[in-house]
Write a protein that binds this ligand. Structure first.
Ligand code: HXC
Length: 524
C-alpha cells in the first residue's frame, strides 16, 4: 500500500516538475538576449509590466500554455505563451483584466491564438463587470499566419466595439505598434503612450518612403509627441513604462468598474465649505485678457487634484478628471490662454469624446465657460467645423449624467450652446458676476444692428461707442440671462466649491430617460 502511495507521489512529482518546467519556458518568453534588447531600449518585459501595473502578488495568469496555431510558415517556430501574457489581478483592490504583449516573442505579433487569449480576457471582463487593460507592444498582424492573423484582429476589434461603454477599456502603447496593433487601441476609451519608446502607425517609414517618397523617422511619424499633440490619438503621454502604468492606476481611480456602477467615492479632508478667494485674482475683468483656467479648476476641486486628458492637444479646451466633495467629476473648460479659448475642430472632437466617455461611465460633467465662439476662418470652415462642432452639441445633449455649467466670463453665440447651456440639457447653470451671455461681443453686435445709425451719424465714433455701451449694459452681465431663467443663480466666486458640491450631491440620484432608439446617429 505504502509503495503504491510512494509511486503515485513520485509520478505526481514528475508531472508537476514537468508542468513547472513548461511554465518556466513560457516565462522565459523570447529568451534572455531578446529580453536584454527590450531592457536596453528602456522598456520593461511583458511580465514586469503586469507586475508593475497590478497590486502586489495579485496577478492570476490564464492561458499560460497556449501555443500558436499557425501551419506551414510557422512550423518549427516557438512562440512561448503565444506572445501575450493574459489574466486578471487588482488595482487598489479592484479587479481588472489585463493582456500584455511580449515583443520578445515574434515581435509581439498577433496570431490566431494570441488573439483568442486576448478575446478570452475581454469576454471575462464583460461577464464579470471589470475594466480591461491592454499593454500593447506588437509588430501587428503575424505575417506567417496570413488571414488567420487578420481574423484574430477582427475578433479583438469586434469586442472592442461591442464592449465599448460596457466596461472601461484602456490601452497602453509601450513599443512599436504597427498596422492592426493600432486599431484596437484606437477603439478603446483611453490611449496612453510612453515617450521615446512607443510608436503608432498604420504603415511604417519604409513603406511610406517607397510609396510617397517621404523620409520620416519612427518618432516623427508616430511617436508619443505626435499622437499626444498633433493627431489627438493619445490621451496621455508619460516618460517610460512605469510612469504610463502609474497613470493607468490613477485614471482608474476616477472610473467605475462598469457602466452599471458609480465611480468610486474618495473621502477628502478638503472641507466642502472651503472658500476660494484666490479666484477673485485670477479672472481678469478685461474680457480680452487671458488667464489660466486650470488655476480656477485646481482652486475649486478637492486638494487641487486634476488629471488632465490630452493636455497638449487642442489646448483651447481643457478636459480632465477631478473630485468635488469626494465625488469623481469630468471637467470641460475653455482655456482663454490658447486661441482665446475659442472652439475649433480639434477642441470639438476632444471635448465631445470626453463628454461621451464620462457619460458612458456615470461620471458627472462640470463645465467652466469662457468662450467668444467658434474659431472663425476659411480653413476651419472647409475642414468641417460644422460637422465637428456638431459633435459637442450632440454629446452634451445625449449625456444623461448630472451636468452643471458655470459661466465664468464670456459665453457667446453657438459656443454658449456648445458649452452646455440650459437648453442643451444642463441640470444646473451658475454664473459669476463677471459673466456675459450674448449672441456676440458688444462691438460686433453694435456694428451690425446699429450700422445705419452709426453710418448716418455726424460723429460715427461716439455713436458707435454709445451703442456698444448700450448693448453692454443690456447683455454684458449675467442678469439678463438669469432673468430669463437660463441661469439658476449668480454666485460669489469665493463660494464656487461649496455650490458645485451641493448641486452635485443633489443630482446624485438623477435619472433621465430618452425616447426609444436603436442608437443615435452622432455626426462623425
Ligand atoms: C511576425 C514579426 C513581425 C510580424 C516583426 N517580427 N514583425 N513576426 N509578424 N508582423 C519579428 C521579427 O522577425 C523579429 O524576429 C522580431 O519580430 C523583432 O522584429 P525586429 O524587426 O527585429 O524589431 P525592430 O527592429 O524593433 O522593429 C520593429 C518593427 C518591425 C518596426 C515593428 O519589426 C516591423 O516593421 N515589422 C513589420 C510591421 C508590419 O508591417 N506589420 C504588419 C502590419 S499589417 P526575431 O526572431 O528576429 O526576434 C497589419 C494588418 C492588420 O497589421 C490590419 C488590420 C486593420
Amino acid at each position: 500500500m505504502s509503495t503504491r502511495l510512494e509511486d503515485t507521489l513520485a509520478w505526481m512529482n514528475e508531472l508537476t516538475a514537468e508542468m513547472e518546467e513548461r511554465r518556466k519556458a513560457v516565462h522565459r518568453g523570447g529568451g534572455a538576449a531578446r529580453q536584454k534588447k527590450q531592457r536596453d531600449a528602456g522598456k520593461l518585459t511583458a511580465r514586469e509590466r503586469v507586475t508593475a501595473l497590478l497590486d502586489e502578488d495579485s496577478f492570476v495568469e490564464l492561458g499560460v500554455f497556449t501555443e500558436h496555431a499557425g501551419f506551414e510558415m510557422m512550423r518549427g517556430l516557438d512562440a512561448p505563451g503565444e506572445g501575450v501574457v493574459t489574466g486578471y489581478g487588482t488595482i487598489s483592490g479592484r479587479t481588472v483584466f489585463v493582456f500584455s504583449q511580449d515583443f520578445t516573442v515574434l515581435g509581439g505579433s498577433l496570431g490566431k491564438m494570441h488573439a483568442q487569449k486576448i478575446a478570452k480576457v475581454m469576454d471575462l471582463a464583460v461577464k464579470t463587470g471589470a475594466p480591461i487593460i491592454g499593454l500593447n507592444d506588437s509588430a501587428g498582424a503575424r505575417i506567417q499566419e496570413g488571414v488567420d492573423s487578420l481574423s484574430g484582429y477582427g475578433e479583438v476589434f469586434y469586442r472592442n466595439a461591442v464592449y465599448s461603454g460596457v466596461v472601461p477599456q484602456i490601452s497602453a502603447i509601450l513599443g512599436p505598434c504597427a498596422g492592426g496593433a493600432v486599431y484596437s487601441p484606437a477603439l478603446t476609451d483611453f490611449v496612453l503612450m510612453s515617450r521615446g519608446s512607443s510608436y503608432m502607425f498604420i504603415t511604417g517609414p519604409e513603406v511610406i518612403k517607397s510609396v510617397t517618397k517621404e523620409t520620416v523617422t519612427f518618432e516623427e511619424l508616430g511617436g508619443a509627441d505626435v499622437h499626444g499633440r498633433r493627431s489627438g490619438v493619445a490621451h496621455f503621454e508619460a516618460d517610460g513604462d512605469e510612469a504610463v502604468l502609474a497613470t493607468i492606476r490613477e485614471l482608474l481611480s476616477y472610473l467605475p468598474q462598469s457602466a452599471k456602477e458609480q465611480p468610486p467615492f474618495k473621502q477628502t479632508e478638503d472641507p466642502e465649505s472651503r472658500e476660494t478667494p484666490e479666484l477673485l485674482g485670477i479672472v481678469h475683468p478685461d474680457q480680452r485678457r487671458p488667464y489660466p483656467m486650470v488655476d480656477v479648476i485646481r482652486a475649486v476641486v478637492d486638494d487641487g487634484g486634476w488629471l488632465e486628458v490630452q493636455p497638449e492637444f487642442a489646448k483651447n479646451i481643457l478636459c480632465g478628471f477631478a473630485r468635488l466633495g469626494g465625488q469623481a467629476v469630468g471637467i470641460v473648460a475653455n482655456n482663454p490662454r490658447h486661441l482665446a479659448g475659442t472652439l475649433n475642430i480639434d477642441a470639438s472632437d476632444k471635448a465631445a469624446r470626453f463628454i461621451r466617455t464620462c457619460d458612458c461611465y456615470n461620471v458627472p460633467v462640470v463645465t467652466f465657460v469662457d468662450v467668444t465662439g467658434f474659431l472663425p476662418g476659411v480653413a476651419q470652415e472647409h475642414a468641417g467645423i460644422i460637422r465637428h462642432g456638431a459633435k459637442m452639441l450632440y454629446a452634451y445633449a445625449e449625456a444623461t449624467v448630472p451636468k452643471i455649467t458655470l459661466i465664468v466670463r464670456k459665453s457667446y453665440g453657438g459656443a454658449y450652446l456648445a458649452m452646455n447651456s440650459r437648453d442643451m440639457g444642463a441640470d444646473v447653470v451658475l454664473a459669476w458676476p463677471t459673466a456675459a451671455v450674448a449672441v456676440m461681443g458688444a462691438e460686433g453686435a453694435a456694428n451690425i444692428i446699429y450700422r445705419r445709425e452709426i453710418g448716418g451719424s455726424q460723429n460715427p465714433d461716439s455713436t458707435r461707442a454709445a451703442k456698444i455701451s448700450e448693448y453692454k449694459e443690456r447683455f454684458d452681465n449675467p442678469y439678463w440671462a438669469a432673468g430669463r431663467g437660463y441661469i439658476d443663480d449668480v454666485i460669489d466666486p469665493k463660494g464656487t466649491r461649496q455650490q458645485l458640491i451641493r448641486h452635485l450631491r443633489m443630482l446624485r440620484e438623477k435619472e433621465e430617460a430618452r425616447p426609444f432608439k436603436k442608437h443615435g446617429n452622432m455626426p462623425l
